[in-house]
Design a protein around this ligand. Structure first.
Ligand SMILES: N[C@@H](CCC(=O)N[C@@H](CS)C(=O)NCC(=O)O)C(=O)O
Length: 203
């Protein structure tokens, strides 16, 4: 059996992309194992034995089997510390973790409301519901915009914070929810992110 890290992956899943960016940034050799979400392969008993939540991604590194993308990324940072994707200072690390949680959990309701509309055929979308969710989402992204004042990346240097937020922002760019005139720094950051070899490698 190969010793390479395995990532159970669905190519377009933002949660998988978040991990793939970190694997690429760290220059780690890994294999992706496709999981077809449309065929509900993530609910098969063998898969649930690895991830009881029945979701992608799952990372297998030797005897270590992990799920939850942000926790996987923290594991990769601890196990493979170079190049560092978190600063050394505990207070800054904690601040980064707050912002990861904020951007994923605390914007999730508006993100999901937008997603629900975008998944419908164009003619069946509720324009008012979409506009309201968009306004809320844009407002909720303001704290991340603020972090980018005077910085190329959200914590100064590229970090797990940027890897965490890129995939969802990309989804909203694909849906034409972003860029937004109220978030110019986030747009410049997004463009910068798309130039990174790690991001180019996973798209
Ligand atoms: N909190 C989890 C979320 C994982 C997740 O929601 N994955 C989606 C794909 S983006 C999934 O597997 N959906 C299929 C399902 O829920 O059955 C993480 O960060 O890894």
């Amino acid at each position: 059996m190969s010793d390479a890290i395995k990532l159970y992956d669905f190519t377009t899943s933002p949660n998988c992309q978040r991990v793939k960016v970190v694997l690429e940034e760290k220059g780690l050799a890994y294999e992706t194992v496709p999981v077809d979400l449309r065929k509900r392969e993530q609910k098969a008993p063998e898969y649930l034995a690895m991830n009881p939540y029945g979701k992608v991604p799952v990372l297998v590194d030797g005897d270590t089997v992990l799920y939850e993308s942000c926790i996987i990324n923290e594991y990769l940072e601890e196990k493979y510390p170079a190049p560092a994707l978190l600063p050394a200072d505990p207070s800054t690390r904690a601040h980064i973790r707050i912002l990861i949680d904020y951007g994923i959990v605390h914007t999730n309701d508006s993100h999901q409301a937008i997603r629900a509309e975008m998944m419908k055929p164009e003619g069946e979308r509720d324009a008012d519901a979409l506009a309201a969710a968009k306004a809320r989402f844009i407002e909720e992204l303001q704290p991340l915009e603020k972090e980018l004042e005077g910085r190329d990346y959200m914590a100064g240097d590229f970090s797990l914070l940027d890897a965490a937020h890129f995939p969802r922002v990309m989804r909203h760019v694909q849906w034409s929810i972003l860029p937004d005139p109220g978030l110019p720094l986030l747009d410049a950051w997004y463009q910068r992110m798309t130039e990174r070899p790690s991001v180019r490698a996973i798209l």
